[in-house]
Design a protein around this ligand. Structure first.
Ligand code: FUL
Length: 691
């Protein structure tokens, strides 16, 4: 080879290399594909929602619009606290309910008098939107606005004039508060007729009334980088439920022209997206950290548990959706301490779960097929989001195999598609090699931006990921494996009427150990295997243990009293048994206002317990009571009466003590209920005197 030939050869190889993959071009996009603003939004993954507005002060979820602006008066409002809490949790922004269905505006709008300007907050000089926007900016968070199209206060709602007003409100919000990352249009719309709002009689044609096309144009003009959320998109769609769960099969493609905001059949038919959807409209999962979207003191003890929050996280972000987690900011204007505490637990567990990507320990990655060097298997693990493994045109399946020098243990599998070229994967398989044989450990359907599987811990030296079917050549930009530590939470105890006790651990792979004699449990205490009977007063103490890691949870102690196996309700029929079935979820409503129980034998009582109904409506919750006992069911003695203090705001288990008294029968009667409805009971129990 002469010098020229050599030079040409070097030039040629360099050219080949720069074209990527031996000249192989990138796969053609599979339409629909995301816009640039959607791509940027997709990477946020996780951001906070705040419901804070008039309803916070009226204890409502949907206000009527007739509320007096004077009621809006937070005492310690601090958007800086919200921003810090959200930032610390790893969330990327905050969306605020600038105006909810009741029409009250959190900023000094020129469009209506029903706003913060008419409230005592900062003597009518306040601007909550400004304070939140500034706080977000100070923490490096994005800021978004929720603006309810449905307005129960505005006198023009239902007419064309209102559409101009709504647009003007939007103009104010999108002009005066800096960069907005998301504009949230709620699908809940007038015409439901349930709540008798100011303009309820003005039913609107949800599909056409709002002239969305022109409203969207305005958003584009004022905030070209903002995504628009609505049931039907256009940029981001509703996941179809308020539990924060996306579907196992979640396409970002949507038949967008077939849906509209507030469409009744949306959740069932469209919210999971469609393989052949015409537009790119990814799902966003919205869910509140408490049962309600707005703050209610009576939900202070109902903040979601860590296992519930983890389910939400994995079932949204892990299923090709983003997560919009709501905080019902309280009357002070702060995210409540209980919510902060639960969020911190979630944050640290997620950090632990994804602390170390085991793929880094791999020695070899091989692809069964690729479309050239620029699309080799290694591109799926190079930690670069713009490179990906892909196959030749027309090849819609193929595998990536990771081999490890030493055995690894993992229980989380994460995979991502290079979505800039469209969502492609329709079916996949995950296998591990055990003793030389491949064993299937999971199968799945869609991947999309991100898919995470939680799996039982498996040990192996080789892992194989196979795309079984795709719309076109798959484009896999990331594969990761993690070993999440076991969830070592205190065991939960459930008891049946018979006295049968079940202990439950949040993580199936941990052991439960317990004692029944009041002593402290340790990993050598009795190991729980099957439900056991507890018929007499007993202290059950338990821990969960991860034997491999040598770790244990905190201890939990349950004080159980006599079993209710022989208990009967005197009168009240079948439904009355709900009050003594050891379940807080089933209720009994007593038209007589009282509950009489025959325990079947005499016991020495030194107190009683009452669990009020645990649903949002709280109908018939007892406020003041009379408690009586009897040995024969004929002669009764009243032994306690009083008030369940603060039960309206804190409907938790009530315990009342009294001097020991012998009784076979007891009667709990309501003197008054909170709402005047017939007394209701989730559960009643007794405290028997210590022998
Ligand atoms: C729903 C609304 O009706 C709720 O009040 C809440 O704002 C939720 C996020 O969206 O459609």
């Amino acid at each position: 080879m002469n010098r020229l030939q050599f030079f040409l050869m070097v030039l040629f190889s360099a050219l080949l290399y720069s074209c990527g993959g031996g000249g192989q071009p990138a796969p053609d996009p599979v339409y629909p594909i995301p816009s640039d603003r959607q791509l940027a939004w997709q990477e946020l993954e996780y951001y906070g929602f705040v419901h804070f507005n008039m309803n916070t002060f009226t204890n409502m979820e949907w206000g009527t619009g007739a509320e007096d602006p004077a009621l809006f008066n937070p005492t310690e409002f601090d958007a800086g606290q919200w921003a810090k809490v959200v930032k610390e949790a790893g969330m990327k922004g905050i969306i605020i309910t600038a105006k909810h269905h009741d029409g009250f505006c959190l900023w000094p709008t020129a469009t209506t008098a029903h706003s913060i300007t008419a409230s005592p907050y900062k003597n009518g000089k306040g601007d909550i939107i400004r304070e939140i926007a500034d706080a977000c900016r100070a923490e490096g968070l994005k800021f978004g606005v929720y603006l309810s199209p449905w307005d129960r206060n505005n006198e023009h709602y239902g007419t064309e004039k209102y559409i101009d007003i709504l647009r003007e409100q939007l103009r104010e919000l999108l002009t005066n508060y800096g960069e907005i990352f998301e504009v949230w249009f709620d699908g809940a719309n007038g015409g439901t007729g349930y709540y008798g709002g100011a303009n309820e009689e003005r039913r609107v044609d949800k599909r056409n009334y709002y002239d969305w096309e022109n409203t969207f144009k305005l958003v584009r003009e004022l905030q070209p980088n903002a995504v628009i959320f609505g049931d039907a998109g256009p940029d981001v769609r509703w996941v179809g439920n308020e539990h924060g769960f996306a579907y196992e099969t979640t396409w970002s493609n949507l038949m967008r022209d077939s849906v509209y905001g507030g469409m009744p059949e949306y959740s069932e038919m469209y919210s999971m997206g469609q393989e052949n959807g015409t537009h790119w409209v990814p799902a966003e999962a919205d869910v509140s950290i408490r049962p309600g979207w707005y703050y209610h003191e009576y939900e202070d003890h109902k903040v979601r548990s860590l296992p519930q929050l983890l389910d939400i996280y994995y079932n949204s972000i892990g299923r090709n959706a983003s997560l919009l987690l709501n905080f019902p900011v309280d009357k002070r204007g702060l995210i409540h301490e209980n919510d902060v505490a639960q969020l911190r637990k979630l944050t640290s567990k997620i950090k632990e779960d994804f602390a170390f990507n085991l793929v880094g320990k791999q020695v070899l990655i091989s692809a069964s097929v690729d479309r050239g060097r620029a699309y080799s298997g290694s591109k799926a693990i190079d930690q670069k989001k713009d490179t990906y493994w892909s196959t030749p045109d027309g090849t819609v399946s193929g595998s990536l195999t990771l081999e490890f020098k030493e055995e690894i243990a993992f229980n989380r599998f994460l995979v991502q598609e290079y979505i800039a070229l469209g969502q492609r994967v329709k079916a996949f398989l995950l296998e591990v090699q055990v003793d030389g044989d491949w064993q299937e450990i999971a199968t799945g359907t869609t991947v999309g931006y991100k898919r995470i599987l939680r799996l039982p811990t498996v040990k192996t030296k080789a892992v194989r990921f196979t795309v079984l079917d795709a719309k076109a050549s798959p484009t896999i930009s990331n594969l990761a494996l993690y070993e999440a530590p076991k969830l070592l939470l205190e065991p939960e105890l459930r008891r049946e009427k018979s006295g049968l006790v079940t202990l439950l651990a949040a993580d199936e792979e941990v052991a439960i150990h317990y004692t029944l004699d009041g002593s402290e449990p340790s990993p050598v205490s009795t190991r729980y295997t099957d439900p056991f009977l507890v018929e007499t007063p007993t202290e059950v103490r338990a821990i969960t243990v991860d034997p491999v890691a040598g770790l244990a949870s905190e201890m939990v102690s349950y004080s159980l009293d006599i079993a209710k196996s022989n208990w009967k309700v005197v009168g009240g029929g079948e439904q009355a048994l709900n009050a003594i079935d050891e379940s807080d979820r089933t209720n009994y409503v007593a038209s007589s206002g009282q509950l009489t129980v025959d325990m079947g034998a005499n016991h020495t009582l030194s107190g009683f317990t009452y669990m009020p109904v645990q649903n949002r409506y709280m109908s018939g919750v007892i406020k003041t009571y009379v408690y009586s006992v009897s040995e024969d069911g004929v002669t009764w003695r009243q032994i306690a009466e009083g008030e369940f203090g603060n039960i309206a705001n804190s409907p938790i288990l009530q315990r009342v003590g009294f001097p020991p008294v012998k009784a076979r029968y007891f009667r709990l009667a309501a003197r008054e209920t909170l709402d005047g409805n017939p007394a209701s009971f989730a559960e009643v129990g007794v405290i028997t005197a210590k022998k």
